[in-house]
Design a protein around this ligand. Structure first.
Ligand code: SF4
Ligand code: SF4
Length: 428
């Protein structure tokens, strides 16, 4: 997703809504300290989103005042209705997760933590004695902070589907940015490379990976760079505590650059970071030496969020999908037509679709032609690295590895943040 603002009515310049997502290959690298500082540096110009929903802690520094909270429900859980249950025990026999327990009073009860919500017991209970309500997994919150609006969440203990909650937090942050005309979303993403990370970075305009100069930092950075490359997200890297191992720092930076990432700075080891945390302050709100390093990283990211620049309240984008027989064509160069779909990212809806026959396939023709049509994002099945490079030159983002589905289905998932990309079927 590339967020593009419409024309700025006040100064005639085009303003772009950008989403910066700060992630790390692993936990404990200082990602949230950097995110909190960026929130302060972007104060008044950004919506802050805490997408590290499994272990949210940005609120400890930004002290949000909660304005709105909404239950987050996901999946289902089985609940035995005592008054209907005949005690036959079939549910306990069928539940492969051992979630149905026989209590000392000879009644059956579902352990809500062990229940996986598969629905088997509900389907086969002969007495129709098992309810199957939606599972309450946590809540998501809209708050005010000293830096601006913040969207964050609280996932319940052992609750699942954090990827879905991440998508929800991002969507709400996007809506608020659109409504308030703010040009930036600063997102504290989750660590690792799992589902919540994928939900955090897909479609972001810029990812910053905060890593550390250790063997595990190097290893995890490689994994996370491979992930961002797969999703076609521009990525920058900074090494935190670089001075604890300068040789490793240089090695990591070389590898990051070789994989196409921008190296945007180093942050020194600084005991004053802990002192700032204890005072519930962002590092850049103190005179800690590393504050200068973080400001330097921020400057090097070169985010276009000029003061006073405001967006209109719509964010529209044109998405191109290569088609064969009405569905996504798995081989990009062999498609019959392109669906060009206009979407509104704030309203999360399709605005219109037009199908066009492309010019005859020759190297470099399609990227130019699609750029002329105004496409800014391509959803594709397979596409070679060279072609992806040609689209990058035209500032068109490419997401590969998508299934042969209809444009409506793919766009629906794209807007909901649930697009599942598999393998790029083209390797030339
Ligand atoms: S299968 Fe239905 S009736 Fe039998 S023990 Fe389970 S809940 Fe009760
Ligand atoms: S829904 Fe599935 S996991 Fe949950 S109790 Fe029933 S059979 Fe077990």
């Amino acid at each position: 997703m590339k967020f593009v603002g419409t024309e700025n009515k006040t100064n005639g310049m085009e303003a772009k809504l950008q989403e910066l997502v700060i992630i790390s290959g692993k936990g404990g690298t200082g990602k949230t300290s950097v995110a909190a500082s960026f929130a302060v540096l972007a104060a008044g110009r950004a919506v802050i989103a805490d997408c590290d929903v499994d272990a949210a802690d940005l609120h400890l520094v930004l002290a949000p005042r909660i304005i709105e909270s909404t239950d987050f429900k996901s999946g289902h859980e089985a609940v035995i209705l005592r008054e209907k249950c005949t005690g036959c025990g079939l549910c306990a026999e069928l539940c492969r997760f051992g979630a149905v327990k026989l209590l000392p009073d000879n009644r059956y009860r579902v352990d809500p933590v062990a229940c996986e919500g598969c629905g088997v017991c509900v389907r086969f209970c002969p007495a129709g004695a098992i309810a199957f309500p939606e599972r309450l997994c946590g809540e998501w919150l809209v708050s005010e902070t000293r830096c601006g609006p913040m969207v964050h969440a609280c996932l319940g203990v052992a609750a699942e589907n954090s990827g879905k909650l991440v998508s929800l937090v991002r969507r709400e942050a996007l809506r608020i940015a659109g409504e308030k005309g703010l040009p930036l979303i600063v997102t504290d993403g989750p660590p690792g490379i799992g589902c919540p990370v994928i939900a955090s970075v897909t479609g972001a305009s810029q990812v910053l990976v905060v890593t550390e100069p250790t063997v595990s930092g190097e290893h995890d950075l490689a994994r996370v760079l491979s992930l961002t490359r797969h999703f076609g997200v521009p990525v920058a890297v900074c090494v935190n505590k670089w001075d604890i191992n300068p040789d490793m720092t240089e090695r990591i930076e070389r590898k990051a650059e070789a994989s196409g990432a921008r190296v945007v700075g180093r942050i020194r080891y600084d005991r004053r970071v802990t002192a700032a945390q204890i005072q519930a302050k962002a590092v850049v709100e103190t005179d800690a030496p590393s504050a200068a390093d973080i400001r330097n990283v921020w400057a090097n990211l070169k985010l276009e969020t000029g003061k006073g620049e405001h967006m209109s309240n719509t964010t529209k984008i044109k998405i191109a999908i290569p088609l064969a027989e009405g569905k996504l064509c798995m081989h990009f160069g062999h498609c019959e037509t392109f669906a060009l779909v206009d979407v509104d990212l704030v309203q999360r809806k399709m605005l219109g679709r037009k199908d066009l026959v492309p010019p005859p396939h020759e190297p470099g023709v399609l990227p130019r032609w699609l750029a002329e049509q105004g496409a800014e994002q391509i959803l594709a099945g397979g596409m070679g690295q060279r072609a992806q490079g040609l689209f990058a030159e035209q500032n068109i983002k490419v997401t590969v590895g998508l299934p042969a589905e209809t444009p409506e289905m793919l766009i629906g998932h794209y807007l909901a943040g649930t697009l599942q990309a598999g393998q790029n079927v083209c390797d030339h």
